[in-house]
Design a binder for this molecule. Sequence first.
Ligand SMILES: [Zn+2]
Length: 150
Amino acid sequence: MSILSILIYPDENLRKKAELVSDKENLNEINIFVKNMFDTMYYYNGIGLSATQVNIHKQIITIDIDNNKIVLINPIIKNKKGYVSFCEGCLSIPNFFLNIIRYKNIEIEYLDIDLKKKKLKASNILSSCIQHEIDHLYGILIIDHLKKNK
Ligand SMILES: [Zn+2]
């Protein structure tokens, strides 16, 4: 088990944009890294984690909601519908919570851990969580939604 250290706001590395994972990437290395991401996420009681938060600037996300483990590589939102609001926290901004309005239903395309193309439909908390983690890959934090929501 490896617990990675999480970047804490206002660390400037949280603002870096993650690069796409290429198909030449070593699958074994990705596997080990993703396992460490899950270990780290569980250790800190998170439901989602982006590689950006552990200072690896590649488009990799781990999520676990209701024992449903998901790995998203190079995720893209293809369709979106409706709005929903949840009170969100972030492992990179301890003890801070904010109601954020996001798309209620999304359809995404992504690569799984074997870099195979997949599609996923998500709604409500899973949809919000995916959007939160995708934001991280672009250097966007929940505090940036403060102005947007008003
Ligand atoms: Zn976060």
